[in-house]
Structures are given as structure tokens and as C-alpha cells.
Design a protein around this ligand. Structure first.
Ligand code: PLP
Length: 355
């Protein structure tokens, strides 16, 4: 059995992959999900169910819209200021990693950004908590989980400014209070579905204030009015996302998966802290439950350890090049048995290297 600790794209349960592959061959009357028209009642039912499941699983209140868009989270870096930042005003950003800084870079085309705090000088190993958000900011942008560095924001600041959050790598992994946010976006390819679709949850009344003419494809309002069917949507990605959302619901929803995610992360961090060969790279209170970054006290053992785990069925453990060491991505679909398998391997390796 393979144990996939890779950071993506698209780590989903085997049963979802099986259902998806069946729908490629025969979705309805011998037709593939890839070939039926997106204007059929069958596909409209798919997008309607996917939208309903996002609303249900995230407990989205009245007054918000759920969209399935394209362009990945990276397009949201630009769509957010284009739609929400009026000329002459500035938007506040928290800089907690490469993705946050890419989001900041995109603001310059539309207006000014104000970086309220940054952990860059410490290679993004913590999430800054001591900062002020100016009341006149158009919005405050943050990244809830920093996929590359393994830090996560477990609390949002108290502010009257609308909070915009990139939740690409921790959406649906833990319960959140959507009413605290003006806009949430997530590239689908971690806990939602295949790459190619981006989920946006937006509070309707924050839209329409930019004073800017927005191209149709980049205008949230256009997509809301069209029910995410303004143009040809990424039908397969949306279909597989729907299957995965059904799977999550059948597991007991976000509250249940959160318990499992806490158990998985606790087990692995406990071993990293206990085992004399390993150490975590991030400040303990900000440790991510989705991407667990760690290194070895003796860097010379890193290659042999990686070889050892790969020979024993572990995939994707190599850390991101900007952090080094290892990154265990333990998204919703990764079973706790895989985490226990990795822990066993860490212990076996430590027995072979007692000093
Ligand atoms: N934001 C976060 C937190 C990510 O982890 C990623 C990709 O992994 C992105 C943004 C970029 O997403 P995309 O490739 O969908 O543009």
C-alpha cells in the first residue's frame, strides 16, 4: 500500500477516485461526464449539489454566495483587489509566506497594499499576532494555512474591516465561522477536489463598491448571477469535488474530520518532539495540522531517511525546497493509519541510529 504525504495536487479518498473513473466511462446512458453538456439538467444538478454541500459543510450563513471559478487561488490574488479595492484606498495584508507575498504583489495593479506584519525575516516559521489593521482598509487579507512552511492561523483578528482569507490548504479541515469573513477562496486541489476549480465564498454586500469597470470573467457578481455557469465550467473538477464533498458529509462532516485531523497531527508532532533524530521547524503554537514540516538534527541522515521511507511505501515526504527536510501533508483524505505507518518508520530508523 502507498501512503501519499504529498502536498497535492488532488489528494482524495480511493473511493472518490473509483466513482470518478466510472463517471468518465458512463455517467448517464453511456455518456461520459466529460462529454455531456454543461447546460443539461444532469450537470446543473451536479453544480447545484456541489454548491449546496459547500454551504452545508461550511455552515455558510444567508447573504453569502458560493462560486466555482477557474484560474486557481493565484487568480484570486488579482480578482480580490480588482473587485474589492476602490481607487485611492489601501488594503491590508498579513505576510506569512510565499503565497501571501504573491497575493500582495498583485495589488499594485489596482491600488496600494499595507503590510500589517510579516514573518519573512524568520523564514516564515511563525504567524505574527501583534498588528493593527487600519480602520480605513478596504479589506484585510491573510492566508489561513501556509502550505510551504507548515504554519496555520487558528484565530482571526477582531476587526470591522472585511476579512479576505486564502484557505486553499486548510478549507474543510476544521470548523470555521464563515460570518467572520467577507470573502474566502481556495484552490480546490487539497481538500476539495481536482485542480482546475477554485471555490469562493463571498458576502454579497461587500461587492459592487470598487467603482472600477471589471471584465465579465473576473467579476464575482457576473458569476453569482450566472450560478457559476457564465461560461463552460471545469465540469470534471466540479463533479469530482461534488463526490468528495459527499464523502466528507458521509464521514460526519467537518466537525468529525477535524477530530481526526487533530489526532493525526498530534500523533506526528508528538513523535517529532520525542524522537532524538527529528525536530519541527515552526513555532509550536502555529503548527499546521495540514502540512507538518520537520528536519533532522543531523542533516546527513536526511537522504538515507527519505530513501528508507520511500522503500517502505511512503510518497511525497520531501520538504519544499525553501524549507528543506521533510513535509508530511496530512490532508483530510490521508488515513490515520498512514500517519501511524510513518511514525513506525521514524522509530525503526531511530533504533538503527541511536546517537
Ligand atoms: N495559496 C495557498 C495557500 C496554496 O497552498 C497554493 C498552492 O498550493 C496557492 C495559493 C496557489 O494555488 P493555485 O496553484 O491554485 O493558484
Amino acid at each position: 500500500m502507498r501512503h501519499n504525504f504529498g502536498a497535492g495536487p488532488c489528494i482524495l479518498p480511493q473511493e472518490v477516485f473509483k466513482q470518478a473513473s466510472q463517471a468518465v466511462l458512463d455517467f448517464k446512458d453511456g455518456l461520459s461526464i466529460l462529454e455531456i453538456s454543461h447546460r443539461t439538467t444532469e450537470f446543473e444538478a451536479v453544480i447545484e449539489e456541489a454548491t449546496r454541500l459547500v454551504k452545508e459543510l461550511l455552515n455558510v450563513p444567508e447573504g453569502y454566495s458560493v462560486l466555482f471559478l477557474q484560474g486557481g487561488a493565484s487568480l484570486q490574488f488579482a480578482m480580490v483587489p480588482m473587485n474589492l479595492l476602490p481607487e485611492g484606498q489601501s488594503a491590508s495584508y498579513l505576510d506569512t509566506g510565499v503565497w501571501a507575498s504573491k497575493a500582495i504583489k498583485e495589488v499594485a495593479t489596482f491600488g496600494k497594499s499595507n503590510i500589517v506584519a510579516s514573518s519573512k525575516s524568520e523564514n516564515y516559521t511563525f504567524v505574527p499576532k501583534d498588528f493593527q489593521i487600519p480602520e480605513d482598509s478596504a479589506y484585510f487579507h491573510c492566508t489561513s494555512n501556509n502550505t510551504i512552511y507548515g504554519t496555520e492561523m487558528f484565530a482571526m483578528p477582531e476587526t470591522n474591516v472585511p476579512i479576505v482569507c486564502d484557505m486553499s490548504s486548510d478549507i474543510l479541515s476544521r470548523q470555521i465561522d464563515v460570518s467572520k469573513f467577507g470573502l474566502i477562496y481556495a484552490g480546490a486541489q487539497k481538500n476539495i477536489g481536482p485542480a482546475g476549480v477554485t471555490v469562493v465564498v463571498v458576502k454579497d454586500d461587500i461587492l459592487g463598491k470598487s467603482g472600477r469597470k471589471i471584465p465579465s470573467m473576473l467579476d464575482y457578481k457576473v458569476h453569482i448571477d450566472a450560478g457559476s455557469l457564465y461560461n463552460t465550467p471545469p465540469v470534471f473538477s466540479i463533479y469530482v469535488a461534488m463526490l468528495n464533498l459527499r464523502w466528507l458529509k458521509s464521514k460526519g462532516g467537518v466537525a468529525e474530520i477535524e477530530k481526526e485531523n487533530i489526532a493525526k497531527a498530534q500523533a506526528l508532532y508528538t513523535e517529532i518532539d520525542r524522537n532524538h533524530l527529528f525536530k519541527g521547524t515552526c513555532s509550536v503554537e502555529d503548527r499546521s495540522r495540514m502540512n507538518i514540516c520537520f528536519v533532522m538534527n543531523n542533516p546527513e541522515l536526511e537522504k538515507p531517511f527519505l530513501k528508507f521511507v520511500e522503500e517502505n511505501g511512503v510518497e511525497g515526504l520531501k520538504g519544499h525546497r525553501s524549507v528543506g527536510g521533510f513535509r508530511a501533508s496530512i490532508y483530510n483524505a490521508l488515513p490515520i493509519t498512514s500517519v501511524h505507518h510513518l511514525i513506525d518508520l521514524m522509530q525503526t530508523f531511530a533504533e538503527k541510529h541511536p546517537n
